[in-house]
Unconditional design. Structure first.
Length: 329
């Protein structure tokens, strides 16, 4: 019997939620509890001696900070045990693993809804602190990138902490940032990406973490997957690119197009577009990661029935802003 799409989706969702992710991953690595929700162990996807593999039973997900492997019960069985998608769903629908009770599953659903609501509330509280970029380090930063247009209202300046500890209420000191509003399909602000700045905006934030790795200049708050930094209105055609600097560069050069930014290479294929958008132009970066992101996004938007094309900067430049500034790769 062939299931309808909706029935198929509910079979998949049911298969995903039936078991503890830790029971599934636990067959391949020993996990230790680290927080109320997280467990951690040596990554089964790469060789390591200190644990960077995290499992979250509330969300039913895993993520490795070392090699970037991540997903849910289905992707785990596909990637690590070599099952097909259908075989993974079938395995999870059976009783190969202990089954989680209905009460516990309802509790997890509430906890994850609460977490999403908290993340959106934090993003909105950051956005409420923003102001226009005129005479701020954000303006200095954009000028240093040869972006001289006045950005749309979705790009502003903020002074905000880089970290917060929800348990103790402690927060880091305020750091200046270029703030980009991330809107969901209906246009509500559900996230903010901050490009943190140093030296009055003359460069991006640069610090070393205690372990010697570089702290990220760009941090996103709220919900990133599915949302977009909109540098133009909802129109039947939008140009999609992966970072705010590239987006503003394209806006400066192609002023009549509506440019939307995914704020993350991996998020380029995930944008949840309003029904009025029927065509996307993918403006990619000129490197392996950028081309892969465009290929994935092309497949994703084609499968949603959109018309798709792609453009790249001239071969000798890594991205659109480097091209604007004449910086060769
Ligand atoms: Zn790993």
């Amino acid at each position: 019997m062939r299931l309808s799409d909706a029935d198929f989706q509910s079979v998949v969702a049911e298969a995903r939620a039936r078991h503890n992710m830790s029971d599934i991953a636990g067959r391949h690595t020993a996990l230790k509890r680290r927080g109320p929700r997280e467990m951690v162990g040596l990554c089964p996807f790469h060789e390591e001696r200190t644990p960077s593999f995290e499992v979250n039973d509330d969300k039913g997900t895993y993520h490795c900070h070392g090699c970037g492997a991540g997903g849910d019960a289905i992707t785990f069985l596909i990637q690590l045990e070599g099952l097909s998608f259908m075989k993974a769903v079938e395995t999870l629908s059976g009783s190969a693993f202990p089954v989680v009770s209905v009460t516990e599953r309802a509790k997890r659903k509430r906890a994850s809804e609460q977490e999403i609501a908290d993340r959106i509330a934090l993003a909105r509280s950051i956005w409420a602190q923003t102001r226009p970029i005129a005479d701020t380090p954000a303006e200095v930063y954009l000028h240093s990138r040869k972006i001289n247009i006045v950005p749309p209202a979705s790009v502003r300046f903020v002074l905000t902490p880089r970290w917060r500890n929800p348990e103790t209420g402690e927060v880091g000191k305020n750091v200046p940032a270029l703030a980009c509003a991330l809107q969901n399909r209906t246009g509500s602000i559900v996230g903010v990406q901050c490009v943190f700045l140093d030296d009055g905006g003359r460069k991006k934030y640069e610090r070393q973490r205690p372990d010697g790795s570089a702290a990220k200049a760009k941090l996103s708050f709220g919900i990133i997957a599915g949302s977009a930094l909109r540098l133009g209105p909802v129109t039947n055609q939008v140009v999609i690119t992966e970072g705010p600097e590239d987006g503003l560069t394209l806006l400066q050069q192609l002023g009549d197009r509506s440019i939307w930014v995914s704020c993350g290479t991996a998020m380029m294929s995930r944008m949840d577009l309003p029904a009025d958008v029927s065509e996307v132009i993918l403006a990619g970066d000129n490197n392996d990661g950028g081309r892969k992101a465009v290929d994935e996004a092309e497949a994703a938007y084609l499968s949603q029935g959109l018309a798709v094309s792609s453009i790249y900067p001239d071969q000798s430049f890594k991205d659109w802003n480097d091209e604007l500034r004449g910086i060769h790769a």
